[in-house]
Design a protein around this ligand. Structure first.
Ligand SMILES: NC(=O)c1ccc[n+]([C@@H]2O[C@H](COP(=O)([O-])OP(=O)(O)OC[C@H]3O[C@@H](n4cnc5c(N)ncnc54)[C@H](OP(=O)(O)O)[C@@H]3O)[C@@H](O)[C@H]2O)c1
Length: 356
C-alpha cells in the first residue's frame, strides 16, 4: 500500500513538467527513509536534469548520509544511456540507494530494461509495475510515440445546444465561454502541435497561440492544398512555427515550413508520420467539422474534448459524430459542460482523478 502512495506522489510531481519536457516523458521521483520523504524531484524541462537527479539534489545536507539506506521511488525506469545528461541508473548505483520502486518500464529502445539491469547487477532490489495504468495514462503521449510510432491525437470542438459547430455560412461564431477558451489555451501549452482545416483558417483567421495562459505555443498546422490562404493571415505571423500542408511546395521560409503531401492519398497518416519524424508527441485538432471528421473516419484519434454550450444555432453545420468514442467524464466549465470521450481502441485507458 505505501508503495502506491509514494508512486502516486511521483506521478503528481511528474505532471509539473507537463508542456515543458517533450519529447521526453514526464517523470517524478521521491526518496524515502523509514517512512519519511527526504527528497523529491521531477524532470522540469527538456535537456535539464532528470527526476532522480533533482530528487537527490533536494536532499538536505543533514540527511545525505541516509541516502544509501533509502528507497528511490520513480515513475519511469531510470535511464541507461548518455543523452543530454548521464545515465540515472549509474547515478543511483553510485549513490548506493537500497531499493528502487518503479511505476512504468521505459519502452524507449535505448532503455527498455537496461536501466533495471544496471540496478540489479549492482545488487539493488528493484520492483516495477506500481500504478502502471495510471503512469501510462499520464505519459500517454510519450508511450504513443514509443509504442505506436505516432503522436497522440486529441480532437477538440465546441458545439451548440442543438448540436452544431458553426453557422451555415461558416462565419466565425464564439460558442464557448471565456472560461472554456482559457482552458483551451492551457491545453495548447501542453501539446506539441495544433491543427485547423482550410476553411477555418481562411474564414476565422485564427492565431492558434496560447495567449490566455503562460507557456509555450505549439507548432501550428494548417491544410492549404493549393496555397490559397493569404500570407497576411495570422497563421503566417512570427508568434509560432507553422506547417502549411499543401500539394506542390516544400521548404522553409522564416518560421513557415511548407510540407508537401500527396493529396491523392489520405493526408492524415502522412501528417502523423511527419510529426513522428519531427519528434512531436501530440497533436490537438481544433476544427472545423470536415477536418475533425477526416481524423474520425481514419480512426486516427485518441481522445475528444467536446464543449457542450448553451448557445443555439438552428440550422448550422452539424458537429462531428464520434465513431468508437466512449464518454469517460463530464465536467462543468462555467456554463459549458466538457465531455471527454476516449477512443475505444486507445491503448492508454483513461484514469479518473488526474488532470488531462
Ligand atoms: N465550434 C468549433 O469548435 C469550431 C472549431 C473550428 C472551426 N469551426 C467552424 O467550422 C467552420 C469550418 O468548418 P468546415 O468543416 O467547413 O471546414 P474545415 O474543416 O476547417 O476545412 C475543410 C477544408 O479543409 C481541407 N481539409 C480538411 N481535412 C482534410 C483532409 N483530411 N484532407 C484534405 N483536405 C482536408 C479541405 O479543403 P479543400 O476543400 O480546399 O480541399 C476541406 O474542404 C467555420 O465556420 C469555423 O468557424 C468551429
Amino acid at each position: 500500500m505505501h508503495h502506491e502512495q509514494y508512486i502516486q506522489r511521483c506521478l503528481e510531481l511528474s505532471l509539473l513538467g507537463k508542456g515543458r519536457v517533450s519529447p521526453n516523458p514526464m517523470v517524478g521521483a521521491v526518496l524515502v527513509f523509514e517512512g519519511r520523504i527526504i527528497g523529491e524531484g521531477w524532470h522540469k524541462e527538456y535537456g535539464g536534469p532528470h527526476a532522480e537527479v533533482n530528487c537527490l539534489a533536494s536532499v538536505k545536507e543533514e540527511d545525505k548520509h541516509l541516502i544509501p539506506h533509502s528507497t528511490m521511488y520513480v515513475s519511469l525506469e531510470p535511464c541507461a544511456h548518455y543523452g543530454k545528461t548521464p545515465p540515472c541508473a549509474n547515478r543511483l548505483v553510485q549513490e548506493q540507494v537500497k531499493e528502487v520502486i518503479i511505476c512504468n518500464t521505459d519502452p524507449n529502445d535505448k532503455v527498455d530494461g537496461k536501466g533495471i539491469n544496471i540496478l540489479k547487477q549492482a545488487g539493488i532490489h528493484v520492483t516495477t509495475g506500481i500504478l502502471e495504468a495510471e503512469g501510462r495514462w499520464i505519459n500517454r503521449r510519450f508511450f504513443s510515440m514509443q509504442e505506436r510510432k505516432r503522436p497522440y491525437v486529441i480532437l477538440k470542438w465546441a458545439q451548440s445546444a442543438d448540436g452544431c459547430i458553426a453557422p451555415l455560412d461558416r462565419s466565425r461564431y464564439q460558442l464557448s465561454t471565456p472560461h472554456s477558451q482559457q482552458l483551451v489555451h492551457k491545453w495548447r501549452t501542453e501539446e506539441d502541435a495544433i491543427m485547423v482545416g482550410y476553411t477555418t483558417a481562411l474564414n476565422d483567421d485564427p492565431q492558434l497561440t496560447a495567449r490566455l495562459w503562460k507557456g509555450k505555443n505549439p507548432l501550428r498546422i494548417v491544410v492549404d492544398k493549393n496555397l490559397q490562404i493569404p500570407t497576411t493571415h495570422k497563421l503566417y505571423d512570427d508568434e509560432a512555427e507553422t506547417w502549411v500542408l499543401n500539394s506542390s511546395k516544400s521548404g522553409r521560409e522564416d518560421n513557415v515550413e511548407y510540407v508537401q503531401l500527396d493529396f491523392n492519398e489520405n493526408i492524415i497518416p502522412q501528417l502523423l508520420d511527419k510529426l513522428y519524424s519531427a519528434d512531436k508527441q501530440s497533436l490537438i485538432v481544433e476544427g472545423g467539422a470536415k477536418l475533425l471528421e477526416s481524423f474520425i473516419s481514419a480512426g486516427l484519434w485518441d481522445e475528444a474534448r467536446v464543449f457542450a454550450t448553451e448557445a443555439k444555432l438552428s440550422n448550422g453545420i452539424p458537429a462531428p459524430k464520434l465513431q468508437d468514442g466512449v464518454l469517460a467524464e463530464q465536467t462543468p466549465v462555467g456554463s459549458d459542460v466538457l465531455h471527454l470521450y476516449i477512443n475505444k481502441n486507445n491503448p492508454y485507458p483513461f484514469m479518473p482523478g488526474y488532470e488531462l
